[in-house]
Structure formats: C-alpha cells, structure tokens
Design a protein around this ligand. Sequence first.
Ligand code: B16
Ligand code: MG
Length: 217
Amino acid sequence: NKKGFIFDLDGVIVDTAKYHFLAWRKLANGLGIDFTHKENEQLKGVSRVRSLEKILEWGNKSIPEEEFTSLMAKKNEEYLGYINEMDASEILPDVERVLNFLAEEHQAISLGSASKNARPILEKVNLISHFHAIVDGNDVSKAKPDPEVFLIGAKLLNKQPEDCIVFEDSVAGVQAANAANMISIGIGEEEVLHEADYVFKDFTEISNEFLGQIISE
Ligand code: B16
Ligand code: MG
C-alpha cells in the first residue's frame, strides 16, 4: 500500500518562523508599526504579499505600489541573510526519523509550502534528496487555505488526494488539506489546529506504529 505524504516546510520541518519574525519586525518597526509574536502567528502559512498587506492593515498604512514591491524585496533579503546561516542542526526533532521510516516503507514524499525559498532551505538543511516532488510558492496561484498546493503535490506523486496525508502547522494549511480531501495531521496545539484529523505537539509524538497504521488504512 503506497500513500503520498506531503510536508509543509516552515513550522513542520524547520522553524523558519523565527527568521520571518525578525525580518518582518524590522520592516514593520521601520514603518512605525508594532510587530510582536502575536502578529507573527497570524502570518504563518500566509504568502509574502498577503503578509505585507496584513502588516500595513494593522498599521493603518497605505503605500504606493513601487514601495510595496521594494519593501517585499527588502524583507526577503533580510530573511535570506538568516537562511544562509542554516544547517542540518535546525531540522525539528524526529523529522528525519519520520522521513527515513516513510522511505523504508517506500512511501511517496512531497513538500507543500507557501514559501518561495523552500528549495534553498531544504538544500541548506540537507533534506532535499528525501523529496520526490517539491511544490512551493513559485508553483501556485492560490494561497492556502486553497487546496491548490497540495493537489499539485498529489498529482506529481501520482496519488489520489484521498491517499495523501498532509503535515501542517498552520490553520490555513490544515484547511487546505481538508479542502483537498486529504488526511490532515496538525503539528502544534490542539486548540489552534482542532480542524485537523489528528494533532500532535511535534514529530516526537508520532510513532512509526501510527505511521504504519495510516499507511495500511
Ligand atoms: P517566502 P510554509 C510559509 O511557509 C510561512 O509559514 C509564511 O510565514 C511565509 O510568509 C510564507 O511561507 C512565504 O514565504 O517569503 O519565503 O516566500 O509554512 O507554507 O512552509
Ligand atoms: Mg507552516
């Protein structure tokens, strides 16, 4: 029995949210807009364009289009500075154990991320070879909670959506997986991710037995 396992990147494989936070905070503060961890939470899984729109909304600011474009470029430059320093030590606990188990079980594995920086990040942490397909922010026209990103992944893996399992840390991502008619596994807090079929604090709580069961269902 072969399933398709689709992994979100930020918050699931690595904690790049902390780097997005630092880069967005610098930009927001530069515009005189407050930016705390509470605001950052609301940007998880949200595209770069939509993130900047939200920050400007929070600060009640409107800016000309050229400035919008240049601010996005500035934020990304700052973010890439952090990404460049990443290595395999930043892979979240037990992610590699799960990837290795799924490989031993000959399961199909794909990435499904909103980030346009997904490939360089996977290269930096030396995980890119684990993935049979990569779908990221460069490949989609509709952001999560739209299911597009995961449906493209299923297609690339040659799987029916109902034979796919998605690991997600964001509400929008869980909703996207559900809308795609896939099994959704939330990584994070039950209160936040209650729409998911299963929720685990992190991968240390996901046993090989559990994965084996999902595979054979
Ligand atoms: P970029 P994911 C998402 O990654 C992040 O959660 C979100 O905070 C970020 O704004 C988005 O990627 C776009 O990232 O600026 O690198 O294109 O969780 O979908 O892997
Ligand atoms: Mg995420």
